[in-house]
Design a protein around this ligand. Structure first.
Ligand code: PLP
Length: 386
């Protein structure tokens, strides 16, 4: 039987059309975009065309896009690069940020920045009162993700950015999970900085971008030849940049036609699980969530055991954030939603993508309940009724 891939929040396959667009830049079009000769100019044209495509996809200006090595670097550049200009002051992030934001914020805290981590509610929505109350006269930046990678909850980023601006602070959003999955318009959102990553939207790994609103000044993290408007030195990864541009253009163009099918699959899956397995909690907000995300906690069972059993049945899922790979720590996201460590340990994330079908969802719904039953039969906690 063909394996079933339900882990698109971890990464997606490269769209064949994206690969096709990239291929010439591994071969005959190998010029360094900084060189003035014909091959160099060809590389430059390709990079700038990709920048224009990325800008158009976000309703940004072409000069506002900085290519990076991925979402992690974009997040690092947003936080550390922006705050580098200031004397240490105060910084706000949410409790469910990806490690790329949280660890950067912690690193800044070690360098003297005061850090406030704002809580979220049971659905994963930021506590707006706590967020607003966190601002201080010396708050320079707030960073709250657009969509969460574990539970899929989407934040009211437009409102959060407005509040940050009212307090004289800049606003960054990690939109790595959102871009390509839901419409993202930097003007509508009013954000100053926004991170994205190509491998979440059927583009290649190792390439991403930071949107930088005009007038938002950053210090580079990488020093060198002054590429990317001096914000990110290093010879451009031309094939990957071309891939990012192509993937973003396709994602935006095809989103309206793909969205209803994805939502229908998500609901079929969520309802099927909740109907078939007792003592399951649906994690995240029921409607304000990514169209492909289904996350739930199964009591008395370890997420990793479920993951491995499903893997044996040819179904690939995640038990938390793949970005914290190998870690058996309970997900900080699920704990931040107010669940107990046992619930966090029993969590599973299914993230649907373009190629998934109703048949695959139904196969999961057939295979999963007996797996839970078998694992519960072996669980001392289940028998103790804990
Ligand atoms: N931010 C979020 C929300 C993510 O889900 C991820 C990756 O999973 C990243 C940042 C990191 O992106 P990249 O893998 O491109 O470094």
């Amino acid at each position: 039987m063909k394996p079933i891939y339900f882990d698109h929040a971890a990464t997606t396959p490269v769209d064949p059309r994206v690969l096709e667009a990239m291929l010439p830049f591994f071969g005959e079009c190998y010029g360094n975009p900084s060189e003035l000769h014909a091959l160099g100019r060809e590389g430059r044209r390709a990079v700038e065309a990709a920048r224009a495509a990325a800008a158009a996809a976000l309703n940004a200006g072409e000069r506002d896009i900085v290519f990076t090595s991925g979402g992690t670097e974009a997040d690092n550049l947003a936080l550390a690069g922006y705050l580098e200009r200031f004397e240490p002051g105060h910084l706000i992030v949410s409790a469910i940020e990806h490690a790329a934001v949280i660890e950067t914020a912690r690193a800044l805290a070690r360098r003297g920045w005061a850090l406030d981590v704002v809580p979220v509610d049971r659905d994963g929505l930021i506590d707006l009162d706590a967020y607003e109350a966190a601002f201080r006269p010396d708050t320079r930046l707030a960073s709250v993700m657009l969509a969460n990678n574990v539970v899929g909850t989407m934040q009211p980023v437009g409102e959060l950015a407005r509040i940050a601006h009212e307090h004289g602070a800049a606003f960054h959003t990690d939109a790595v999970q959102a871009v390509g999955a839901v419409p993202v318009d930097v003007e509508e959102l009013g954000v100053d900085l926004l991170s994205l990553s190509a491998h979440k939207l059927y583009g290649p790994k190792g390439i991403g971008a930071l949107y930088v609103r005009p007038g938002t000044r950053l210090a580079p993290l990488l020093h060198g030849g002054g590429h990317e408007r001096r914000l990110r030195s290093g010879t451009e990864n031309v094939p990957a940049i071309v891939g990012l541009g192509a993937a973003l253009a396709l994602a935006v163009e095809e989103m309206p036609e793909r969205r209803p099918g994805l939502l229908a699959l998500r609901e079929r899956l969520a309802e099927g699980i909740l109907g078939a397995v007792p003592e399951v909690t649906y994690l995240g907000h029921r409607t304000l969530r990514l169209p492909g995300n289904v996350a739930f906690a199964v009591r008395y069972v370890e997420g990793e055991s479920m993951l491995l059993q499903l893997d044996q049945a040819g179904i690939m899922v995640s038990s938390g954030s793949a970005c914290a790979s190998g870690s058996l720590e309970p997900s900080h996201v699920i704990l931040a939603l107010g669940y107990r460590p046992e619930d966090a340990h029993g969590s599973v994330r299914l993230s649907l993508g373009r190629q998934n079908t109703e048949e695959e969802v139904d196969r999961f719904l057939e295979v999963f309940p007996p797996i839970v039953e078998k694992l519960r039969a072996m669980s001392p906690l289940y028998h103790a009724g804990a």
